[in-house]
Design a protein around this ligand. Structure first.
Ligand code: FMN
Length: 186
């Protein structure tokens, strides 16, 4: 079955630059027919800071809607900014509100920020994703100073980023297929 990949936009901030990054990324992914990629904006899944029960049968409607969305995917691309060397709280809450739904699925990262291009946020996300029993992909995409990186057409003016997307998605899809097969046969 054709894999379904959620592209999760992790910034919900007013005036966020993440939207430009996500739109640009989705245009790259339009050229990848091997999977169906869907952009998921955490603004469309408003969740309280996680303080709820871990048991799936005690979830409220908003959490169930989010968890069902996560469950229906075979893999994920998380688009994240870097806030104080970490990643946004809204993203952590979204991760914590599900568990089994993430298990045994791959996740790739596209980050952006200042000099470090959001890599410090991704290092933390890698640790969290392992605890959620995901498989974090080694290849990644980092965009420095994205607020000055897009032209009027929304094209990225930096070299190398498209190639990095290609490598990252190649690896993500390899793991997506491998884990789809493993989940179906184990
Ligand atoms: C609260 C806050 C903390 C930030 N901390 C960092 C940081 O530690 N490292 C960094 O590279 N950029 C940092 N930045 C700059 C962000 O990378 C930049 O504002 C980026 O556009 C944020 O993504 P967003 O616009 O999609 O929310 C910070 C921005 C905010 C709002």
């Amino acid at each position: 079955m054709k894999p379904r990949i959620l592209v999760i936009l992790g910034s919900t901030r007013e005036g966020r630059v993440g939207e430009n990054v996500a739109r640009w990324l989705m245009r790259q992914l339009d050229e990848r027919p091997e999977a169906d990629f869907e952009l998921v904006d955490l603004r469309d899944y408003p969740l309280a800071v996680y303080e709820g029960p871990a048991s799936p049968d005690q979830r409220d409607a908003a959490v169930r809607r989010w968890a069902d969305k996560v469950a229906a995917a075979d893999g994920y691309v998380i688009v994240t900014p870097e806030y104080n060397h970490g990643y946004p709280g809204a993203l952590k809450s979204a991760l914590d509100h599900a568990y089994q739904e993430w298990n045994r699925k791959p996740v790739a990262f596209v980050s952006y920020g200042g000099h470090a291009a959001g890599y410090r946020a991704v290092e933390q996300l890698r640790l969290v994703s392992i605890e959620l029993q995901m498989v974090p992909i080694r290849e990644q995409v980092g965009i420095q100073a994205p607020w000055a990186a897009f032209d009027a057409q929304g094209e990225l003016t930096r070299t190398g980023a498209k190639e990095a997307v290609g490598r990252t998605i190649d690896e993500l899809l390899w793991w997506t297929r491998a884990l789809q097969h493993a989940r179906a046969t184990n």
